[in-house]
Ligand binder design. Structure first.
Ligand code: ZN
Length: 218
């Protein structure tokens, strides 16, 4: 089934124009690997970017756009290299290609709270490491706000966003910004694994949440 929750237009545009943060681009690429809708949108955005570039008089481009465009033109076509195989502790997951590419750098799970485990990725956003987070069936992440952007890409299983009354399933992306409070309830039928990209720490809303945030370092 194709994903129904997509990255924001702003994230897709930054990815297509090559002006995005590497950490956010990874999440967009990992989502895009499973999402025909976003693949088309990215292709269209790339075409628009190319058309604009060809029409603008030299000097009419903002410096960042010119730099990004030139950098992309200079990029050699990606060399064909064999994708590393997922380590044994991740082999049950059908990881998208952009994440498989990092698999030879990943340590085993470490448990951070009963029923919650984490693997840090060799990438960060504003000093916050990206991570794979695995949660047992039925786990609840208590109501919390966000100190910055929080992007969760579901890799396996699913969760409900209680306030949104929406279900997130494999391939879906949840984007939250400061002021957007939510509670995450993992579905009861199996573990849920998400790629978590965040630029700020969680801001717990109550004692239970504070305790959880302190313990998990989330
Ligand atoms: Zn999409």
């Amino acid at each position: 089934m194709s994903p129904t929750h997509h990255p924001t237009e702003e994230l897709l545009r930054a990815y297509a124009l090559g002006s995005g943060e590497q950490a956010l681009d990874l999440a967009v690429a990992a989502h895009g690997a499973r999402c025909p809708v976003c693949q088309v949108q990215v292709q269209e955005l790339e075409a628009i970017g190319g058309a604009l570039l060809s029409r603008l008089p030299s000097g009419g481009l903002p410096a960042w756009a010119l730099e990004a465009a030139l950098a992309r033109l200079d990029e050699a076509p990606p060399a064909e290299r064999a994708r590393p195989e997922a380590p044994s502790w991740l082999r049950h997951l059908d990881l998208p290609g952009p994440l498989l590419d990092l698999c030879d750098q990943l340590a085993p799970w470490s448990t951070i709270w009963p029923g919650i485990r984490r693997i840090e990725l060799p990438l960060s956003l504003d000093g916050e490491r990206l991570a794979l987070v695995g949660m047992d069936a039925g786990t609840e992440i208590p109501e919390h706000d966000h100190g910055g952007l929080e992007l969760n890409l579901v890799l396996a299983g699913g969760f409900d966003d209680v306030q949104e009354r929406a279900a997130y399933l494999p391939g879906d992306v949840s984007c939250k910004e400061p002021g957007q409070v939510h509670t995450v309830q993992v579905h009861g039928d199996g573990e849920c694994v998400v790629l978590v990209v965040r630029s700020g720490r969680l801001v717990p809303r109550n004692l239970k949440g504070r305790l959880g945030a302190w313990i998990t370092g989330m």
